[in-house]
Design a protein around this ligand. Sequence first.
Ligand code: TNX
Length: 773
Amino acid sequence: MSKSIITLILMMCCLGCQNKASKVFTEETIQIIPKPKELMLNSGSFIFNDKTQLYLPDKRYFRTTDPLRARFKTTANWDLKVATELPPSNVIRLTENKNLAEEAYTLNVNSNDISIEANSYSGFLYGLETLRQLLPSEIERQDEVKDMVWEIPAVQIHDAPRFKWRGLMLDVSRHFFDKDYIKQTIDRLAYLKMNTLHLHLVDDQGWRIEIKRYPKLTEIGAYRVDQEDKPWNGRPTQPVDGAKMYGGFFTQEEIKEIVAYAESRGITVVPEIEMPAHVTSAIASYPEFSCLEQPVTVPSGGLWPITDIYCAGKDSTFEFLENILTEVMDLFPSKYIHVGGDEATKTNWKACVHCQKRMKTEGLQNVEELQSYFIKRMERFISSKGRILIGWDEILEGGLAPGATVMSWRGVKGGLEASAEGHDVVMSPGSHCYFDHYQGPMDTEPKAWGGFTPISKVYEFDPVVDSMTEDQARHVLGGQANLWAEYIPTTAQSEYMIYPRIAALSETLWSPKANRSWDEFSSRLTTLFKRYEYQDINYAKSVYTVTADTKVNAATNDLTVSLDTEFPNTDIRYVLNDNEMVSSAEPYSAPIEIHATTTIKASRYVDNKPVGKVFEKTFNYHKGVGKKVTYNTMYSDSYKGRGANNMVNIIRGTKNFHDGQWQAWIGNDMDLIIDLEQPTEVSEVKIGAMENQGPDIYFPTRVEVLLSTDGKSFKTAGIIDRPFEVNPVIVLKDFTLQFNKQMATHVQVKAISLKKSPGGGGAWLFVDEITIN
Ligand code: TNX
């Protein structure tokens, strides 16, 4: 045999064995979320094959193996069988270890076998989920993967959660999500070692759980007139008869199925039955339990303030709620029963004879104390059944019920207060845990509630607040994300808002704080994205959205624009003006300086190609840029924009009124003068304004431009009148005044505010830029 043929055969052997031979594993290639407490990488690896078996100490742990068995079945077409006797090798062996904490596990992988120790069902489940994340990402595919080596590194992992409440709340009232989606979500939570699913089953816009004793709750309360084609806050109250309805609910059989499924994935389902407010759906079904006893319809959209609430005076209300809760507690084994308690407007209580009588006999000073009486009474009932009442932080008002646990949502204040009083708390502050908030710049994202909670912010979350004493910290059960569903009409949108932010939350709740770093976490996110793609999850890619930050040089009026993405070290490239985004686009490395009206287009590049949304923004230079502005009426301290030159700095505000580019006036007009320094030809002035009526931001009802050639006497150049109109959506608009060309040294701009909102409070006026041409 010739030498070259021998070489060829040898080479072929090596190629052949490449399939079998070990991959090189490094710590960086191990990408588990949430990050395990301790991980040691050893040399060697374990390779799964169709003979690999499971060995369990007890039948009751069998279902902990469901997810892994299902994955191998789909991708490798193998059944991981359960051995009746311990095989000498090629086995995943589960062993009870009573010295480990609840939910903790150890995972030992060597070339011979895999061993998982735990002291509970959940511990085994988590050990196996970690194993799944050690496998190649292809394990998540929905089809068979041929020629794959299912190899994992030899590791030793000791893992345990930092907090025992690791939750997600789904609002199934504002929009209804069926049993299958709930079960799918349960799988995805377990994948990240989350253990609590809070179901918000009751709200004004829909009652979502069958109660046998009160059938009208779902016959009437689960359906509303279908106005899904209109914006949430622009859906007029409707009569119900004959109209097309939107709705749905879980039957008790379905609830049992959800609860059992969740249990198999280590997840407790906490039911929330709202009271005394957010219950228009219940009052529509049984008006006798409200103060006014008037018929109401289930609202199809936004409702504020919430005045149709349960009557706190009638004993029959409490009997009704106790009967409901009895059925609920029969269905949900959860130790915690959530009774809501938030956002009750108590005007009806003030006028109701029953409520007034109750206050008198109970010696209650005000309606806040009546709310406290309400919750305390429910708490006595719930604890008499051996359960614990949990409610939103409003349950603190007027005095907290003795055995209650508080869910802090209006920041961390409620959590601080309740823990100081020795109560347990779950932290879910809007700032870090509200998944109905935007996760990227508003103009690049689907409609959301408001707010801005990008994933890097979620990753900063810590349920234990710095100012807490050790004692208070011990009362922190953990944290939870809340997905309110006003703007979540579909499962695709629900997925978009949950993933990947939930992954960041899982790590803040599971992993030791000291191990956390956003940069390092984000590199693991890339792997998670690949897995989510295989899992067909509509996850958000907002971390890759290109954003611009602008600075004006006060001396030269030049603008520098810096580009960035939330994801670190992204390859961003850009072109200017009419140029197309092509592979030859300039790699972005330093802020771009611009001296004239310029359009910037930018994108993230992967393998020299633009990927995802293209960022595009035009920066309009004009005659007022950098000029001195004198304010005749001062803007509010809460919305100063960028201060003195905000109105003439080229930088435009977005639909997010908190973006720092807006100046605002409350209950007052805007009146300012721009000094052009020398006689300048002027023919157009634009006033950039926003309308967002939800938070009481209204367009001006009139804008007026006046010109002067001496800075003393001003003459009107143009006026636009724009009477108030109801408007359910957020709008940005330039009020443009054009007039005959004329010379001016000073431009005065007045914007007349609506001053009072239709609801009675002060009306805001928001302006971001005055463009002079
Ligand atoms: C406040 S958070 C609510 C919900 C809304 C949510 C929107 C809480 C206890 N109540 O009813 O859906 O804001 O973010």
